[in-house]
Design a binder for this molecule. Structure first.
Ligand SMILES: [Zn+2]
Ligand SMILES: [Zn+2]
Length: 135
């Protein structure tokens, strides 16, 4: 069984799970860009039961249907919570102690990607969410 552990830069907020992520995807949307100060993020969605968080992340409602959580001390982006899937949580894969464990398998919101930020892998690039067409 693979244990996934990670946390923010200062270590004030840590997480751990033994569950297997449902998916791991690059997101190129403008909200993720602002949140991370980066051209894209990689987020993995996983069952919230058994996902333990130590420390207290700060919470920001980033849209009508979603909240984002981050470390109040170092500012590290950590979790994405959708009101539509309350049983799931997404964590930022780059915050894992070993990000190699959860490689992304697709791009979402690829249509919003920056022209100078090209990721030349062969993964499917969806226009918006995973159920939208590839571009
Ligand atoms: Zn921190
Ligand atoms: Zn996004």
């Amino acid at each position: 069984m693979t244990v996934l552990e990670g946390g923010c830069m200062c270590g004030g907020v840590r997480y751990r799970t033994e569950a297997k992520p449902l998916r791991s995807v690059y997101c190129h949307c403008s909200q993720c860009r602002k949140w991370n100060g980066a051209p894209a993020i990689v987020g993995a969605q996983i069952d919230r039961s058994g996902f333990t968080i130590t420390g207290t992340p700060a919470t920001y409602r980033s849209s009508a249907s979603a909240q984002r959580q981050f470390c109040p001390t170092c500012g590290g982006s950590l979790f994405y919570l959708s009101d539509e899937t309350p049983d799931l949580i997404s964590f930022m894969v780059a915050t894992l102690d070993d990000p190699e464990l959860v490689p992304p398998t697709a791009h979402i919101f690829a249509a919003d990607g920056l022209s100078w930020s090209r990721i030349d892998d062969n993964l499917p690039k969806h226009r918006a969410w995973l159920d939208t067409e590839e571009i």
